[in-house]
Write a protein that binds this ligand. Sequence first.
Ligand code: SF4
Length: 354
Amino acid sequence: MSDKPDLRSLTEGDLLDFCARHSQPKFRAAQILDWLYAKRASAIPEMSNLPRSLRDALSSDFTLQLPSVARAQGSADTTRKFLVKLRDDQLVETVLIPASVGLYGDRSERHTLCVSTQVGCAYGCKFCASGLDGFRRNLTSDEIVGEMILAEREGGQKINNLVFMGMGEPLANYANLLRAIRILNAPWGLGLGARKITISTSGLAPQIRQLANEDLQVRLAISLHGARDEVRDRIMPVNRKYPLAELVAACEEYQNIRGRLITFEYILLDGVNNDLREAPPLADLARRCHAKINLIPFNEVPETGFKRPTDEQCLKFRDELGRLGVTATLRMEKGHDIDAACGQLRLREMREAD
Ligand code: SF4
């Protein structure tokens, strides 16, 4: 495995600096970016309009290597799951949801990609498969960008909606996440609008505040799953570090600064958070943060011991929120487990691969 950085981790500014250091005109940086993101070059020697000396200089300082697909599931008109092998053979999952399915089963116009940001996860949410496996490492920015390039190549279509809801806690890999987003978003990069990018977090309050002050119009989703500390403490260890009062204050600050709608993800776990008495505190938090609520019936992961409520219980919970005057969406059908937010998929993939 090469220990050189990947060329796709560089921004336009980095490349301009590199060209200046090698006495190359500025337009060479634009040519390199064109090879990387328009022509999707897979090797530095392919960049045929660059002088040999520049290609040699790039090759001596950088590598250019996409992750690869170790395994794929699904067909073109259904959710496709890719088990992605990184350069050190670590595995993450990337999930492609075509417009005909929609992220929330809503048959939208969006071709959505769900991207991982860490190998494993240190946050240990009790209902989540990724937490079961522990934390291995952060993805680099080029690996995150590589997930999108790979998915567009495999899926044969442009991605126009990207959610950081795969394996890992995105805000725990803040610097690499932000660098990747700038490359995904830039006109010289993959040109994906920032408003088409959603970061989902389990509730890292300081990083939410930091994100509020970035010059990026990304969307924010909170994996809430409990509207009282007692419930959240039970299923999400992060709540002991950043209890609801602190998380909600950070969300309010994000909302005030960015003026953007926040989404609360709420996985319905039978006997844990689906009692109708949980609806009023959830509605209160949603009002305070100007958040909409996505209710997600739990897709059962046997190792977790949690159960999915009945359809009737899920509908009652949604209706109770409606009665309390807040908007909540509920998707009932099974099998499109992306909305389990943060990686139930990999464990299943790994189990099936065994
Ligand atoms: S839900 Fe997200 S933050 Fe929690 S353990 Fe899973 S991947 Fe980590």
